[in-house]
Every structure is written in structure tokens, then in C-alpha cells.
Ligand binder design. Sequence first.
Ligand code: ADE
Length: 235
Amino acid sequence: MAMEAEAAPVRLRLGLSAPTRLHPALPATCSRALVSGVPVRLVTAGVDERSGVDSIGTIPAAVTAWAASQQGTPRVLVSAGTAGGLDSAGARIGDLYLTHGPVVFHDRRIPLGGFARYGVGSFPSLDCTSLAAELGLKTAVFTSGDSLDLAPADERAMGSSGACVKDMESAAVAYVAHRLGVPFVGFRAITDLIDGPHHVADEFARNLAAASARLADAFPRVLGGLAAILPGRPG
Ligand code: ADE
């Protein structure tokens, strides 16, 4: 997870330990618990010392996911938190989404032959169709980039990939999961409608606490459902 405001309610809900430093070279944190017998580690990218804010975005997400994965043998990597949603594709504030299909980038425009495809990325996610139906969650294609707003070119890229959910980490964590051969799942609560009438940053700030609480409430059921469908044994 990227933001402490998103992670704190999840730690409480799952009864996770107080966060400790994940790696000496990173501001990342790690909390642990056994949730219904399944070992869970909640990792955040931590606070950026220079700016004093959470290290959101793709670079800290990838480095943190990599460092965390080297300290164990994860059965799944989950990128969880809040996200923007496309009103025009049916997203509503507070909706909870699991990933559907490949996770892509929307702001890596490289019109140089094969680099165009490289830029979009497209990393697989675990099939969560049945789990989402069972838990009453929505599914959608997730797309990631390093800006909160939606530039016109980003909106066109989202349209081409059929994405509905926009965040700043999932594609980066999905890339790490893909490299390691570990299943990936995105789990996000919608705070703002990026093609809606309101200012995205204001809407995000207004809905952050409520959306994070909804995410935390659903977390035990999502983890329980994932433990049931994942290959391998807890460990
Ligand atoms: N997280 C919450 N809202 C977002 C948005 N509009 N873009 C990217 N990440 C987000």
C-alpha cells in the first residue's frame, strides 16, 4: 500500500503488528499477522524523508514490492488502496474493485516501434471473477501512472486499454509479480471520478477516509477468498 491513511485502517481491521522498517535503504514499512491461519504482510512504501509525505507512485511501489518479495516466498502480491474511477465506465465513489485482465500503464507514451507496446506494459492479474461475484465486488481493468489528474493523452490510453480504475502503483507491482512468477491482484476503493464534474484532488481528499474504511472492512473477506483459490500452501 502507498498511503498511511489507506494502510492504518487495514492494520487495525486485520490485527497486524506495529510497522517496522522493511529494509535499511528504504523508508518502507512492514506489519505482520496470521489472518485465519494465513501469514499476511502489509508493506507500505513509507514516508519520503525529503518531502515528508507518503512515497506514492510507481518507483517506490516496485522497489518496495521487490524488497518485500526477497524476504519470503509470497503466494500473491496485492496492490491495495484507493483509486480514481471512470464515471463513463460505471465507477462510483466508494466502489470496491478487484483487477480484471492485464494491468497496464497509461502515461508511458513511446511511439518508437516495439517500445510503444513496452510502454503500455500489460502484466497479468489473477482471475478474480468468481471471488468478486461471491463478495459483491466489481472487477475492471486497472491502469497506473504517476499523476493524480487525467491528462487528455492518458484518457485516450485508458480508452484504448478498456481501463476503468486508475491508480499510481498497481502496474508497477504487477510487473514485479510477473518477473517473480507470483500471482498479482489489485484491490482498490474509488475516491474520485476522474472524468466527473469535480476537481480530482478535492474529491480524493474528501473521500479518502471513507473509501479507506470500506477497503479495510472488505479486506478479511478478500484475503480469505484469495487463500482459498491460490495455488500452494500458506508459509
Ligand atoms: N488514487 C486515488 N485517486 C486517484 C487518481 N485519480 N489517480 C491515481 N491514483 C489515485
